[in-house]
Ligand binder design. Structure first.
Ligand SMILES: [Zn+2]
Length: 109
């Protein structure tokens, strides 16, 4: 899960670093994996589903290449839920990866 922080100014930077590291600076669109010109698409923290007031606070995000970033931004409403699912999937994959490594470490001892 992404880092939790009380300091808003550094929190968003922290989320960006977390997402880039987790996604290994590669587009996470299924089957893409491009690493050129990538950027992070952020999920924004909302309170009770209402739009946040003032400064946006990032909740999580996913790394995308320019092509897939454009597709998502063009069809914002249609892709919103899909992006949410994609982020869940990437997080899940990371957890699986960690679990696998932990077990391998145990077996190698
Ligand atoms: Zn892509």
């Amino acid at each position: 899960m992404p880092p939790q922080s009380q300091q808003r100014s550094s929190h968003n930077d922290g989320i960006r670093r977390y997402v880039l590291l987790r996604d290994k600076k590669c587009c996470q669109w299924p089957g893409c994996g491009s690493s050129s010109g990538i950027d992070v698409l952020f999920l924004i923290e909302t309170e009770n589903g209402a739009p946040p007031s003032g400064e946006n606070v990032y909740k999580n995000g996913v790394t995308l290449c320019p092509k897939h970033m454009d597709i998502v931004n063009l069809h914002d409403k249609a892709f919103g839920p899909l992006i949410f699912d994609l982020i869940q999937l990437v997080e899940f994959e990371r957890d699986l990866d960690r679990t696998e490594r932990t077990y391998k470490d145990i077996l190698n001892k």
